[in-house]
Design a protein around this ligand. Sequence first.
Ligand code: EPZ
Length: 421
Amino acid sequence: MDNLVVEGGVPLHGAIRVSGAKNAALPILAASLLTEGTCTFRNVPRLRDVETMGALLRIMGAETEIAPPVVTLRGGGVRRPEAPYELVKQMRASVLVLGPLLARFGHAKVSLPGGCAIGARPIDQHLKGLEAMGAEIKLEHGYVVASCPRLRGATIHFDMATVTGTENLMMAAALAKGRTQLVGAAREPEVEELARVLNKMGARIDGAGTDVIHIEGVETLHPVDHAIIADRIEAGTFMCAVAATGGDVLVEGTISEHVEPLAERLRTAGVEIVREETGLRVRSPGARGLRAVDIETAPHPGFPTDMQAQFMALMTLARGTSHVIESVFENRFMHVPELSRMGANIQVRGQSATLTGVDRLSGASVMATDLRASACLVIAGLLAEGETEVLRVYHLDRGYEAIEKKLSPLGARIRRVRGNL
Ligand code: EPZ
């Protein structure tokens, strides 16, 4: 397993390009199941999760050409609408094939994803919505076995905003008979992007991006050629990195509105963020020159839970005390013990963490436990004095395209080494 070795203390300068959005690409690749023809997707990031989704579609019989940034998929070849445990356990987002398979084939067998490091992450809202549309859902031997000759439109009220729940049901409703309303829908930009793709395929969806989405079912959908939006979490991670080290970096390809919840907090802390022609310019005196600010994660347009760990790394050296409340997932503070080993002063009580700025972090060997915790530790390494080795970067490779190759041209001292773990 690879590790990343980071030498801290170097301000970052230059320009860095953001890749396509992982959390838009995954539902969009699954949407190719909704049509017989060949879909072409561009600006697809080169990530393990994209490979995994490609493998899943291939196992079902779809013809795939996974060559990021271009991916082509022909849903017409699908013969086995089944998603096996060995793939689903690698990537929870595999559950996104459930809605499309049921809508297109009338039956589907998808492994329950199981929990993950950050929480139990049930899919009850996905299943409740499909049942409301007439599906018979059985749970057998760890699999969801769903069947329904033809889904019919329904009004579905979510108990909480769920991104993939909204996406799964939007895809199912696209081919259902009649009208569906998703009330309490997730408002993330990736939900809007999926609706954009589905409408290009012939679906009739409006309201995506708001908390009520209307879908008028149609008989068939046709293939599409589409370039995917930029990844707002990768962009936010780079923004936190330069905020932490200090410097002046143009984060290219970023969609400003999508990172506004984070940008607002960074500006409050004292980071200068200016919109330019090709992206956002981020200038910072470095973490020690920033004010401590509070954050509470929430569904979009609130502060994104996927940026909580990276922001916490930045706050370890900020002046004063900051309070971080994680309201979306029940166990998303696993980066805290690793930051503490580097010298951070963080007290965790339930869903809230209190950080008191310290003078310095010292480099250490640290272990990543999930994707965004890994990104947090890379930022901490860029801040720390001396050398930090981030172990198990396969977590990082799920969501960041060759992060060391992107950060090095900015002056970051970061290299990938073969680990012995
Ligand atoms: C999506 O996960 C993202 N993944 C996650 O990004 C992100 O952290 C999350 O949304 C929140 O923004 C993809 O889009 C592929 P949820 P998802 O359903 O859809 C509870 C990353 O780092 N819930 O919005 O699985 C759930 O337990 C990943 O890129 C239910 O109780 O998240 C959680 O507490 C990590 N029942 C909350 O809702 C359900 O049926 C939000 O989860 C569904 C969700």
